[in-house]
Each structure stands twice: as C-alpha cells, then as structure tokens.
Design a protein around this ligand. Sequence first.
Ligand code: NAD
Length: 429
Amino acid sequence: MKISIIGTGYVGTVTGTCFAHRGNDVICVDVDPGRINKINQGIPPIYEEGLEELLKEHAGKNLEATADYDYAITNSDISFICVPTPTDASGKIDLRFIREASRSIGERLKNKSSYHVVVVKSTVVPETTEKVVTPILEQASGKKAGKDFGVGMNPEFLREGKAVYDFMNPDRIVVGADDPMAGEVIRNLYAGYTCPILTADTKTAEMIKYVSNAFLATKISFSNEVGNICKLLGIDTYKVMEGVGLDARISPHFLRSGLGFGGSCFPKDVKALVGKASEVDYEPILLKTVLEVNERQPLIALRLLKKHVPDLNGKKIAVLGLAFKNDTDDIRESRAIPLIGMLLAEGAVVTAYDPMASEHMKNVYPNISYFSNAGDALDGADACLIATEWGEFGKLNGEFGRMKSKIVIDGRRVVNPDIKGITYEGICW
Ligand code: NAD
C-alpha cells in the first residue's frame, strides 16, 4: 500500500519505518527540515532500539521524507496523522497541530480523484476525529467524509524504548472508523498480524487509548501510595506487590513503586481525560488523585534526601538518570525535571549523568554540570539521587567510592542496597 505519515516523531518515524519494513511504500511528512534530512539519510530523528537498522534498510528505497504535502497526499492512498497533542494551559488537550495537519491534508484532497483514507494515530480525546478532524477535512476539501474519502482512528500503544518491537508485536490493534469502507482499508493494512484486531467507532477507539493509559498510570500511583505506606510501616512493598501481582486478575505489571511516571503520554493523557470529563460535567476524582500522587513522589525523594543532608545549600548532589525511563533519550515530563528544580531552589550544586538524555536536558537546565559517566558525576558529591531505571545503574559499585559522602537515594530500586560503605535509602522501601 502507499502510505503517508504526517509527523515524524516517536510514533510517526516508528510507524513509517515499520510499515515500510512490512513492504509498503511510505512518504513521511514533517514541518521540521532537520528531521526530513535525517530520515532521508537513514538517520532516525529520535532514538529507538532497532530503528536505525530498519531505517537504513528502507530510506531512499521504499521510504522517503518531505515537507511537501501535495506530493505526499497525491502519492499515497492512506495518511496517518502522528502530530503532537500536548496539554494546553488549562490542562485540556491542545489540538492545534491536529487542526493544522487536517487542514493541510484536506486542501490536497480537494484535487485528488482517487479514494483516500485519513487516519488519526495521535492520541486525541473522544469525539476529536468525528467533531474536529472530519469537519476540517470536509471543509478544506469541499468533499464528504464516508463518501468521497474515509476517516479512521487507529490509536498507538507502543512503549518508547521498545517501540519497534511493540509495533511489530502488538497485544492488539484497534481500528476505529465511522464508515465501513475506511475501516476495511485500515484493517487490510494490518493483514498478517496475529493479534486481536478490534473494530469500533472512532470515539470508542479514542477512549480505548485514554483508558489504557489512565489505567496504567493509576496502577503506578496506586503502587506508589502503597509503597509510601509500606515504607513507614517497615514493610517491603516490592514483596507485597509480588504477592499481589500473582493474582491473575491484577497481573504483575506496573506495580513497581518509585519516583512516579513521566513521558509524553501518561501525564498529558490523564490530564486530557480529566479535562474531557469536566467538559461533560463530571469530576473524575480518582484520576485527579492519580496525578496528585505522581506530583508528590519527587517531593518525597527530596524529603528523604534532606533527612541525610538537612541543608542542601552549596552541597553537591549527583542526579543519575534524566530520561523519563530507561532505554530512551526522551525527557518529556521526566521526574528528574521537578527533582533538579527543587534541588536548585534549595541552593544545591547539581551534577548529572544519563546514558542518552543529557543533550535534551541541557535545553531545560543549561547551567548544571553534565558528565559522560556516572563515576564522574558522583565525584565529590554529598549525595546522589537515582531518577531513571537504567540497567547500568544496577552495576554501579566502586563509583560510589568517589563520593564525598556516600548517600544514595534510590528512586527506582536499581542500586544494590548492600554495597559496602553506602548509606542507602529507597523512596518507597
Ligand atoms: P513528537 O513530538 O515526537 O513528534 C511529532 C512530530 O510532528 C514532530 O516531528 C513535529 O515536527 C511534527 N509536526 C507537528 N506539526 C506538524 C504538521 N502540521 N505537519 C507535519 N508534521 C508536523 O510526538 P510523538 O511522541 O510521536 O507523539 C505523536 C502523537 O502520538 C501524540 O498524540 C502522542 O500522544 C501519541 N503517542 C505517543 C507515544 C509515545 O510514546 N511517544 C505513544 C503512543 C501515542
């Protein structure tokens, strides 16, 4: 099939590259010329395990990138909108990129005679495809959805860091469509996948994505709340959750307590669902609390640090881990951001190390010291905070010997607490 991908971030680049690998012809569209150049050279604009190899294999063959919507829409039969859907100042979803992309596609559909399907892959609140995207496409093209062109919604569930694997091996595929022909075109694209393919209308597909993320975020905040209580009672919350997770109704996943969730999805998607609920006059108290618990976890880490170093003014504190989770360079909503902010507000001198994300964090905190390995960041430190669950932090040992005072506040349960000479404190254990 001939596919155009609108927006080449984490979702767009992975989707485009994987569709190309499955034998389709793919044209990626972006407004950022830097990203376009990179993709055309076979260099991924973002880090994802396995992506570089695949992109190199297909760039210049059955995958290309361009800023030219005319070219992309004319030469494809189906377009996937993968642009950002951030949160606006009031906490609701900001649809300006979605509107812009829909308008750009619609204007090109005006002169296209063959049938084209537009699929929203970005995470959008229920009714967006039906009440925002479709009307813009119809207005810009002068054509009728469901008759002259099709519209669908196909939420993306990939995990950053494992995005290529997840795209190729999904638990399920959700195909949302308000007309049967569009639904069939999208389902055909996924022919060959062995997972369940669920068909629904577009607003149900949109809701499935939000509810999945809200439920996972709830599991994390629930585990953090339990962890905070367990710590005060001297109970190992990881043992508790091991016992709890063995219940098949619960499952062992997403029960690890720690510094909280970050990333481009959970915080913004839970906020957007809260915002959508308020539009229909419902106060989602559980979801609001999920966000509150998450905001509190970095404060708890700071409180534990101050138990050992009461006055942080002028003290050197090493933050290990800047990415919102391991195996990614993404720092969006990383828990390290509020943590470093609080340390700086207390007058601490912050040193930092992350295997991949330092360059991005320099845009947020240009004035802290970044190091290329954990040992150098720890050198002379009065304490350190582990903010990301990188596997290599689990292998640290002698590096702690370079600290002035070997206090380790572990926000992710990765450091071995029995390392000789360290004072170890887990955030929830
Ligand atoms: P991103 O910020 O990494 O990338 C978005 C890209 O869209 C950027 O390259 C940007 O330049 C481009 N863009 C913006 N406006 C455009 C326009 N009008 N035309 C063409 N390109 C345009 O975003 P992302 O993380 O890939 O997320 C995209 C969507 O997918 C969001 O709705 C997000 O919630 C959802 N999602 C993300 C993930 C994830 O793990 N990152 C997972 C599932 C779903």
